[in-house]
Write a protein that binds this ligand. Structure first.
Ligand code: DP6
Length: 332
């Protein structure tokens, strides 16, 4: 049967990916580094069959059409070319967290899609091949193929063969590390990460400084993670997140992702640290929802503090999660 189902988890970058050196191949300007989250997930079923008259994709029950479908079809075509399976495909995918609100839904969805499509076509790709395939659906997806802490190496080759994610440490390396996601708005973001990062590449004078700085941030973050030293990791994570927003704010016209509530959450995190000695640091993707990095013992206190802020819709606490896995139960 040419049908398979995969589940993958989102990842949140500790050191961000912001800007491509090759848009068609999804080759990043810099390497990046992330933690895969447990708890939240995307589940995707893929079937290849002559019964279908055309490729069809459904996300959380909504059909995907037009330009959005083309992005999926590029991945299907790659898998068809690799496997020799040459018939239409049907895909259904569900997310248990808000789509397109800065919670890296495309990362979990992209990794699950690449895995399920390759399995449904009978391919048995290794983690690095799956990472390369996921990368070409959404860059950050390549970091959700494996669990724990992964580095997406930018690579040097123009064909992108050396641009994929490698696991730096498994989830068991630091099982007590937590990320508390503060959902300030589940609404769609005004500008996708894809469009915004390209806009930064083309118009932000700070982009070159960003590219220059990331290798230093990444080396420090990796060392701190390998030593399980949150006091060293937290500050670099917070600074690196602020730097992508500085690059985006320097674009013309500027790209803003923060909402008033985002700033309130950030203030609360900084005051917990300054006034109460809690080891908590924030990061922020291309959306309004801050994610707080802390130890398991402090997560309830962080969550209790953020819950008091009016407007925070939901708090999700996650530890380091596993990579993509195969499920026997299908969505259709
Ligand atoms: C801010 O991976 O969504 O979350 O490669 O164009 O699909 P595309 O972009 P995407 O960008 C993620 C940007 C980020 C930072 C990160 O996850 O590293």
């Amino acid at each position: 049967m040419n049908k398979a189902t995969a589940r993958a988890h989102p990842n949140i970058a500790l050191i961000k990916y912001w800007g491509k050196r090759d848009q068609a191949l999804f080759l990043p300007a810099t390497s990046s580094f992330s933690m895969t989250l447990d708890g939240l997930s995307a589940t995707t079923t893929v079937e290849f069959s002559e019964r279908f008259s055309a490729d069809q994709v459904e996300l959380d029950g909504r059909p995907i059409e037009g330009k959005a479908l083309l992005r999926f079809q590029m991945l299907f075509d790659r898998v068809r070319a690799l496997s020799g399976v040459d018939c239409p495909v049907r895909v259904a995918s569900t997310n248990d967290f808000p789509t397109a609100a800065g919670l890296a839904s495309s990362a979990a969805g992209g990794a699950a899609l690449a895995a399920a499509t390759s399995w449904a076509a009978g391919l048995d790709l290794g983690a690095h091949d799956l990472s390369r395939l996921s990368r070409q659906f959404s860059g950050s997806a390549c970091r959700s193929v494996e669990g724990g802490f992964c580095e997406w190496r930018r690579g040097e080759r123009p064909d992108g063969q050396d641009s994929f994610a490698v696991q730096v440490a498994p989830p068991a390396h630091w099982p007590s590390l937590r990320m508390v996601v503060a959902v300030c708005s589940g609404a769609e973001k005004p500008l996708s990460s894809r469009a915004a990062m390209q806009h930064s590449v083309e118009t932000s004078p700070f982009f070159a400084a960003w590219v220059d700085q990331v290798p230093r941030d990444l080396a420090l973050a990796k060392e701190a993670l390998l030593r399980r030293d949150l006091g060293a990791l937290g500050p670099i994570v917070e600074t690196n997140a602020c730097r992508i927003h500085a690059v985006a704010l320097g674009a013309h016209p500027p790209t803003f992702y923060m909402r008033p509530l985002t700033i309130e959450v950030i203030d609360a995190v900084q005051s917990l640290r300054r006034d109460e000695g809690v080891g908590a640091w924030f990061t922020l993707d291309a959306g309004p929802n801050p994610v707080v990095l802390c130890e398991e013992k402090d997560a309830p206190r962080v969550a209790a503090r953020l819950r008091r802020i009016e407007g925070v819709e939901r708090l999700v606490t996650a530890g380091p999660g596993e990579g993509v896995c195969r499920l026997d139960e299908h969505l259709f």
